[in-house]
Ligand binder design. Structure first.
Ligand code: ZN
Length: 608
């Protein structure tokens, strides 16, 4: 009786564990193994072939498999019976949903162990970008890459597209002969370019970490287990810029335990890549906009590497709780930066992060400033604000400061090891904290923890990071404004971080003449550092400083990273003087942007 009751409870728990951003019925049947066989057709801008799913049925009466899909054309579905015979299976689509694509329903006469789906993708697939050769960095060969997070894997593979379940995969990818395919899997550095590539991902990952890129790529090793894939124009520059990757790995493993994925390589994408980086396992996808020539933006590599523990190993179970991926990752990133580049730089980066968060907090609805935010019925890509990243990091820093590193570091290491290759939710994390960390309310009380987790904005226990370096910058800014003498700004010793802090203060305090003086003195409109350039363009637009506009135009035509592009278009759209100009510019730039950037800018310019 107790066994029956227990089974019933377990079954109910599984049935209830659903993800509002997935149609899939993974509680009834799941696919622990996936096999891809795809051909990349650059003329049609589509992937064509099949996916084979090994099925694990969890409930005796289940006869239907529900997968996620978006803009896929299904050609044929067959299932293999336990006896090994193949049968054609009927399938249908559910209603189209604005954010989630469509359910793909497959009917089975019995619980077959294998299903194979023949399909092809659409040129508009939200998770793929197809670039013409002119849009690649070298301008010699076409390029394509995937970006599956958050729910875009379904636009190139019909599957259970939820971080609540994990899978292993194998893949065979056919490409034009002169191109190289790479995946977030075991890539052989010695692969000959022959247009036929095989991959295996032996560790179980959620669907959003399946990743593919195809281009005129070359490889260069940085250490025995790290290296760079890139188009030739970036290869040596990237190897020089990211030469600290091996040391970052050593720091992270000393803190949080063995690196569980084998190799760690970087793939440099064309400038249209919509993100800074994507933590695809074994092969982080990286924007070239962080190759600044002076390692000033390499915290991005520390960030993507940190995901090897937070996110890829212990994964948020739904996009409502993205902070479990990103907050932990930003915390680990900052610890890596501190050890590799020193405490001063780590402090400045924390301080700049807090400024970014404070900007977001001013603009977001209060309900979206909680660490756990309900995105049901919304696009889960909206969850990627500074809140899960920076507020999540600040919460962990609060715990670190109160408990001390001697206690907090082993706690975090054990957390990653205890929940390795599992999906996590905040309640589970809280239970784990109660058991292993929160044993003295005089150090940290439950009320303090709950405020961080479940209240909007910054908690009352937040202590703002403060550096003398930025105080000095503020003093110099004041002196320059008083005297008009540019020599008051002693910028020789400034790093990019000082500059970012400096430019961040300008909108509130300067006029056009002063902006012009700065621009003449320091060439800020022409900055080759994408972070500095963007910060400067924002001030220029806020102050109607039109001399920056030609440089802004060039920037927006070249770069497609959403973090830079979307706020700039937003600012342009709010200024009647620039709205039409921005729309015209966007028509030119749009074909070079990724579908995710396109839809974000379409929204900002109210084009859809
Ligand atoms: Zn991240």
């Amino acid at each position: 009786m107790r066994v029956v009751l227990l089974l019933l409870v377990l079954f109910c728990a599984r049935v209830q564990a659903t993800d509002p951003h997935s149609f899939s019925n993974f509680t009834l049947v799941s696919h622990p193994e996936l096999k891809l066989d795809l051909t990349a057709d650059f003329d049609k801008q589509q992937l064509q072939g099949f996916v084979e799913l090994k099925l694990d049925w969890h409930y005796p009466d289940a006869r239907q498999l529900v997968l996620d899909s978006r803009d896929l054309t299904i050609e044929n579905v067959v299932g293999q019976s336990a006896e090994g015979r193949w049968h054609r299976l009927s399938h249908s689509f559910g209603d189209k949903s604005r954010y989630h694509g469509q359910a793909l329903l497959i009917e089975f006469p019995a619980q077959f162990p294998v299903v194979r789906i023949y399909y092809h993708t659409s040129p508009q697939a939200s998770g793929l970008q197809w670039l013409t050769k002119e849009q690649s960095s070298e301008k010699q060969q076409p390029f394509m890459y995937s970006q599956s997070q958050s729910i875009h894997a379904r636009s190139w593979i019909p599957l259970q597209d939820t971080p609540a379940v994990r899978l292993n995969y194998q893949a065979r990818i056919r490409t034009p002969k002169q191109l190289l395919a790479v995946m977030g899997a075991d890539n052989s550095a010695n692969t000959e370019k022959d247009g036929d590539y095989f991959f295996r991902m032996p560790q179980a990952i959620p669907a959003y970490l399946i990743a593919l890129a195809i281009g005129d790529l070359e490889f260069k090793a940085m250490s025995e287990r790290t290296g760079v894939y890139a188009e030739k124009v970036w290869l040596d520059k990237a190897v020089a810029e990211f030469s600290d990757t091996e040391q970052m790995m050593q720091v992270a493993t000393a803190l949080y335990g063995d690196y569980p994925w084998g190799r760690y390589d970087l793939l440099i994408l064309p400038a249209s890549f919509p993100f800074g980086g994507m933590e695809n396992p074994r092969l982080s996808f990286i924007t070239p906009t962080v190759i600044a020539g002076d390692k000033s933006l390499v915290s991005l590599i520390a960030h993507e590497l940190a995901h090897s523990w937070s996110g890829n190993l212990v994964t948020n179970g739904s996009w409502h709780e993205l902070w479990l991926n990103e907050g932990f990752t930003n915390y680990v990133e900052n610890r890596i930066m501190e050890q590799v580049f020193g405490p001063e730089r780590a402090l400045l980066e924390r301080q700049l992060s807090v400024q970014d968060l404070e900007n977001d907090l001013l603009q977001l609805d209060a309900k979206d400033t909680l660490l756990i935010t309900d995105y049901t019925g919304r696009d889960p890509d909206e969850a990627f604000t500074q809140v899960p990243y920076i507020k999540g990091m600040l919460f962990l820093q609060f715990l670190e400061q109160r408990f001390g590193r001697a206690v907090f570091d082993p706690f975090l290491k054990n957390y990653f090891q205890t929940f390795a290759f599992q999906s996590m939710d905040t309640e589970k994390f809280l239970r784990y904290m109660r058991k292993t960390l929160l044993n003295d309310p005089d150090i940290v009380s439950m009320g303090e923890v709950l405020e961080w987790l479940y209240q909007p904005g910054l908690a009352g226990t937040f202590v703002a990071p403060e550096s003398d370096a930025f105080k000095q910058v503020d003093l110099q800014l004041e002196l320059w404004q008083k005297t008009g003498n540019l020599a008051e700004l002693q910028t020789n010793s400034w790093s990019i971080h000082h500059w970012l802090h400096f430019i961040g203060q300008l909108a509130a305090t300067v006029d056009i003449a002063q902006l012009q003086q700065l621009d003449q003195g320091f060439g800020l409109s022409q900055s080759k550092n994408a972070e500095v350039a963007t910060a400067w363009f924002k001030v220029a637009l806020a102050k109607n400083y039109s001399k920056a506009i030609p440089a802004l135009e060039q920037f927006l035509l070249k770069v497609g990273r959403r973090k830079f592009v979307v706020p700039l278009y937003l600012q342009l759209s709010q200024n009647p003087e620039y709205l039409e100009w921005a729309k015209n510019l966007y028509q030119k730039a749009r074909p070079g942007y990724h579908p995710l950037t396109q839809s974000a800018v379409d929204k900002v310019l109210k084009l859809n």
